[in-house]
Unconditional design. Sequence first.
Length: 168
Amino acid sequence: MKQRTILEEYRTKRDFDVTSEPKGVRRRTPSARPRLSYVIQKHDASRLHYDFRLEWNGVLLSWAVPKGPSDDPSVKRLAVQVEDHPIEYGGFEGEIPEGQYGAGTVEIWDRGKWTPEVEDVDAALKKGELKFSLDGERLHGSWVLVRTGYARSGKAKPSWLLIKHRDK
Ligand code: MN
């Protein structure tokens, strides 16, 4: 099977002559900066959802959270992993034109910095349990993403749960 290039799926889904979403520059710089960015975009598409994005390895790892994050530790929110987005997407707000992938309104709902609470983020992602803390405009403290399974179709991305951890 052909190795997919970085952001290939993101670009394939969009017509950059029509949408004002960023194309993203081709790069794969390791996230050497000690503080990594995150953003949550409220996306009023065919179904309203919140796109949760964590900067990692030069892209924004992305999950669509239908109900948005809850800061109640007893509430688990479905987070469906979607294609990696370019870092510049974190600054995007506006209209995605009708007929385009994800047509609708995007607005930044929260943004800030995230810090892994694991030694090895790539290993944690592979294992399916990523603990981290958020320091944003709305969200703070410890959170975890737990992978719950893969869709049957090989193309589909896995489902995760986004859960607030009790802070010390
Ligand atoms: Mn979306």
